[in-house]
Write a protein that binds this ligand. Structure first.
Ligand code: CA
Length: 238
């Protein structure tokens, strides 16, 4: 199997070399760019990495602008992007996620967490994703999602935690399925509102938090599958 290629767009040389070292030691082929312009130029030369790590504060065009250009260029639009940004830039991170970044990690970060996020994103984007939720091997296997202690009967809208049924409101149920469908990705509150609730009613960020708190309370031992990403949104763990 050819090595998977990762493009790291980062202007801090120390971080760049640390990240490169770690990724290479895990068998990835690493390309680096110290500015968005250089990264876009490199990709315009028919290079198509499997994953992009994107810093937001860059010299020249910003990380958000780089993101926009990638997502609007159909040759490279589908490449998973992990934003790596300094603390205190949460509002930019939210914009980034809403413009199509897949996940986010704040600096300073722990290398093992970076590796876990990288692997999770690559797993999701591989063609025969091994990452699909485990399905029961029964004739009606398509009707169930199995994730740790959680079992969902999609046809009947039933949710079980450790084989005990829990009763969710329809909003909680939709939030849960939306998070599961994007497992491993951070979803901002706006994205959850759009995807799980729609715009038929006026919903605030606070409303989403209330639904999520209630949903978690009902999930018992499965509650930790839903992580809060401070200042940004929520993520369903893999
Ligand atoms: Ca930077």
């Amino acid at each position: 199997m050819p090595k998977e290629q990762i493009l790291v767009i980062e202007d801090e040389k120390d971080i760049l070399s640390m990240v490169r070292l770690r990724l290479e030691s895990r068998g990835f082929e690493v390309f680096t760019a110290e500015s968005g312009e250089l990264a876009l130029q490199w990709m315009a030369e028919e290079h198509k990495p499997d994953l992009i790590l994107l810093d937001l504060m860059l010299p020249g065009i910003s990380g958000l602008e780089v993101l926009k250009q990638i997502r609007t260029n159909q040759n490279i639009a589908k490449i998973p992007i992990l934003i790596v940004s300094a603390l205190g830039e949460e509002s930019d991170v939210v914009v980034g996620l809403e413009r199509g970044a897949d996940d986010y990690l704040s600096k300073p970060f722990n290398m093992s967490i970076l590796m876990a996020r990288v692997n999770a994103l690559l797993r999701r984007s591989r063609p025969n994703s091994e990452n699909k939720p485990n399905k029961e091997k029964k004739e009606d296997s398509e009707d169930f999602i199995l994730l740790g202690p959680l079992r969902i009967d999609i046809k009947r809208y039933h949710v079980f935690v450790e084989d005990k049924q829990v009763t969710l409101t329809s909003t909680e149920y939709r939030l849960l399925l939306t998070l599961i469908a994007s497992r491993g990705r951070v979803l901002t509150r706006n994205q959850l509102i759009d995807e799980a609730i729609g715009n038929e009613s006026i919903v605030t960020d606070r409303t989403i938090d209330v639904h999520l708190t209630s949903l978690r309370g009902k999930l018992g031992s499965a509650r930790n599958l839903i992580e809060t990403v401070r200042g940004v949104g929520y993520r369903f763990r893999l």
